[in-house]
Design a protein around this ligand. Structure first.
Ligand code: SF4
Length: 393
């Protein structure tokens, strides 16, 4: 596939004109946020946006209805969220959110900063499309399963597999070599591309990059499994501290709630599943966080129906939408029509039903049109708006 136009991914410096106003996307490599950055984001959402911070399926953040782009740039720059004006849209780096704290074969936290800094330091890599996704997986397989373009996947404490278009190439490197491999592959992407936005769109893209990297693949391959459970609730860290996984309703974090999160004064990690991890808490602090922030909307209960649902922007944010999808899915959750996995329902198999009649069990994604923006990967029931109601695929 050859694209005829550059990608139109928004950033802080290039806003997208959504139906409800300008939209900014802020890259957060590895999802790593400091309390000070959360404070800055909450202030920007309140003073310049619609009061919410949206979490994306790549662990980035969005502000809607941005009233003053120049002020947003100032806020983001001061908070360290815009380290490179030239490279801001290529900093799409997801990393295993629990790495170094809970599970995993290796600690990839240091690779996030190294990859980000070296990506931004190479002028030519500013030409990468804003759609290219880098994945740094600590061996548990959570972010490798997202089908990124270029990534490394730990196969041992100091051994990484190079992944291209979501599959193992057979090329291996140490932790010290991991970022070299990723950057060499990024250079290879630019050489092989004739305008494509994603690696899988380039004919023989992975093979051509393997050749350009100049390393000989081994015969072993890691099988990348499908989607994994979102980390939710109490998680014991290796160091005796506690991490809390918290779901966010439809991925929209209220600015006031973000301020409370910042006040906890611990690292917060944005996950690519529109949830957060609040890390490095002692047990007492973790209990207080649950007690105070659960009533404000953070979801610490893995059985919550909110964790089954996702939705596109819908009306009024998207001009293509046939309906206010997020209002419809909210009504469905609140009226008990989003059921646990495996529950029996009458709504299935290409039916078109009114919003009030949609009743579905398990993971589901609601969309305002056939494009199905933001659909998670894996086994998900699609609920797609049509002129006559929702079709359940
Ligand atoms: S799925 Fe359709 S309605 Fe929803 S955000 Fe995408 S283009 Fe808009």
């Amino acid at each position: 596939m050859t694209r005829t136009a550059p990608d139109s991914c928004p950033g802080v410096l290039r806003l997208h004109q959504a139906a409800d106003g300008p939209l900014a996307r802020i890259r957060v490599p590895g999802g790593h946020l400091t309390p000070a950055q959360l404070v800055a984001l909450a202030a920007a959402a309140t003073e310049l946006g619609n009061g919410a911070i949206e979490l994306t399926s790549r662990g980035n953040l969005q502000l809607r209805q941005v009233r003053d782009a120049a002020q947003l740039t100032e806020h983001a720059t001061a908070a360290g969220l815009l380290p490179s004006p030239t490279h801001e849209r290529v900093r799409n780096i997801v990393a295993s959110p629990l790495s170094g704290r809970v599970g995993g074969l290796a600690d990839v936290r240091g690779l996030v900063g190294e990859l980000d800094a070296r990506l931004c330091a190479e002028p030519r890599l500013a030409d990468l499309p804003g759609r290219v996704l880098f994945t740094l997986d600590d061996g548990r397989g959570d972010v490798s399963a997202l089908g990124g373009d270029i990534g490394v996947h730990a196969v041992g404490p100091d051994e990484f597999a190079l992944l291209l278009a979501g599959s193992d190439t057979g090329i291996r490197g140490t932790g010290a070599e991991a970022v070299d491999l990723v950057l060499a592959a990024a250079e290879g992407f630019l050489e092989a591309s004739s305008g494509q936005w994603r690696l899988h769109e380039i004919a023989d893209g992975p093979a051509r990059i393997v050749e350009s990297v100049g390393l000989t693949p081994g015969i072993e391959r890691v099988e990348i499994e499908g989607a994994q459970d979102i980390p939710i609730g109490w998680l014991d860290q290796h160091d005796g501290l506690v991490a809390l996984g918290a779901g966010i309703r439809l991925g929209a974090l209220d600015a006031r709630l973000a301020e409370f999160l910042a006040a906890v004064e611990r690292p917060v990690i944005v996950t690519p599943w529109r949830s957060l991890v609040i890390a490095d808490l002692d047990e007492w602090a973790a209990e207080q966080v649950v007690r105070v922030l659960a009533p404000m909307g953070l979801i610490f209960d893995a059985a919550s129906p909110w964790l089954h649902v996702s939705a596109c922007a819908g009306q009024p944010g998207c001009a293509k939408s046939l309906t206010d999808v997020r209002a419809d899915v909210t009504t469905a959750v609140e009226s008990g029509r989003v059921l646990p996995e495996g529950a029996s329902t009458d709504t299935a198999g290409e039916q078109v039903v009114s919003a009030e009649d949609v009743t579905i069990a398990g993971r589901q994604h609601w969309s305002g049109c056939e494009r199905r923006c933001g659909r998670p990967r894996g086994d998900v029931t699609d609920v797609v708006a049509t002129p006559d109601g929702y079709r359940v695929d």
